[in-house]
Design a protein around this ligand. Structure first.
Ligand code: NAG
Ligand code: NAG
Ligand code: NAG
Length: 309
């Protein structure tokens, strides 16, 4: 795939043709584009694409490496430009790329990445699959920073973003560590008679077990309480387990602090959330807006970091 290796005559173009063509660019950039650029650095990404296209049309001038601008901060590494002369930043995972290796509009994918049609879109709703850089490997790795990376491309991206950290692969598979609570339970309020659910999403390797407890009670829930139930399921991500605590037909005595405890051989972590139970009288007296200002309304779930799971 890399044209770099095909021994093109050492040619280069960008600097020599830059001036006349830059004058044309504003016109070109405003023409409607066939595809949207995902994860791109906005117009800069497309500008580079148009420059490449124009460079190709012009043919390549003799390569003068000393005139090449040194690309910096290339998170996916560097590749040779369309003329096989200067280095430029390779495209990252998730960025658009050219399926046809002889085309060079969107640019080349970096090391360990390949250009593939993205089957992730909703094809039934008329979405057109886009060619995106995808990692050749989907195997998780443990980095020397003690973090688990979904695959080698994520680790390399992180390593290039922080060169001083000397990030390397320690071993394949996730890092063994105490559990991490990816999504903790949130504070909840509701009125008597309603049902509430707390959730707790945990990443761990080796896998964790989850327990629910209520402060002040010396038992593991649900105990023998028929209006409380707990449920566990693997996922939603690999090496995760999610637990739910459901309390049906709330009573005032259910109010309190509930704790999700996640444990494996390496340690234990916990996260807690409060349950506030209001009677209808209290609700009428308090008013909804006041409750909102007390921050008892559950917040939107935070997005989980996707390079770390
Ligand atoms: C990374 O490696 C360099 C050279 O081997 C060393 O000087 C530096 O302290 C290392 N940095 C860390 C964070 O280990
Ligand atoms: C109270 O519970 C009901 C059903 O269990 C739910 O539909 C409602 O949104 C909850 N109210 C609040 C404020 O969370
Ligand atoms: C709460 O207020 C609503 C109307 O504002 C009323 O219909 C309802 O009966 C009241 N409930 C109680 C328990 O006071």
């Amino acid at each position: 795939m890399p044209r770099v290796l095909t021994g093109l005559p050492a040619n280069h173009a960008a600097p020599t043709l830059a001036l006349p063509l830059l004058l044309l660019l504003p016109l070109l950039v405003w023409t409607p584009l066939p595809v949207s650029a995902r994860r791109s650095a906005g117009t800069d990404y497309l500008r580079r694409g148009w420059l490449r296209l124009l460079a190709e049309g012009e043919g390549c001038a003799p390569c003068r490496p000393e005139e090449c601008a040194a690309p910096r901060g290339c998170l996916a590494g560097r590749v040779r430009d369309a003329c096989g002369c200067c280095w430029e930043c390779a495209n990252l995972e998730g960025q658009l790329c050219d399926l046809d290796p002889s085309a060079n509009f969107y640019g080349r994918c970096g090391e360990q990445l390949e250009c593939r049609l993205d089957a992730g879109g909703d094809l039934s709703r008329g979405e057109v699959p886009e060619p995106l850089c995808a990692c050749r490997s989907q195997r998780p790795l443990c980095g020397s920073d003690g973090r688990t990376y979904a695959q080698i491309c994520r680790l390399q991206e992180a390593a290039r973003a922080r060169p001083d950290a000397n990030l390397t692969v320690v071993h394949p598979g996730p890092c063994e560590s105490e559990p991490q609570i990816v999504s903790p339970p949130h504070n909840i309020w509701n009125v008597t008679g309603q049902d509430v659910i707390f959730g707790c999403e945990v990443f761990a390797y080796p896998m964790a077990s989850i327990q629910w407890r209520k402060d002040g009670l010396d038992i593991q829930l649900p105990g023998d309480d028929p209006h409380i139930s707990v449920q566990f399921r693997g996922g939603p991500q690999k090496f995760e387990v999610t637990g739910w605590l459901q309390i049906q037909a709330l009573r005032p005595s259910d109010e309190g602090t509930y704790r999700c405890l996640a444990r494996n051989a390496l340690g234990q972590v916990e996260a807690s959330a409060t349950l506030t139970v209001l009677t209808l009288d209290q609700l009428n007296a308090t008013g909804f807006s006041q409750l909102q200002s007390m921050n008892l309304v559950p917040e939107e779930e935070a997005e989980s970091e996707d390079d770390y799971y």
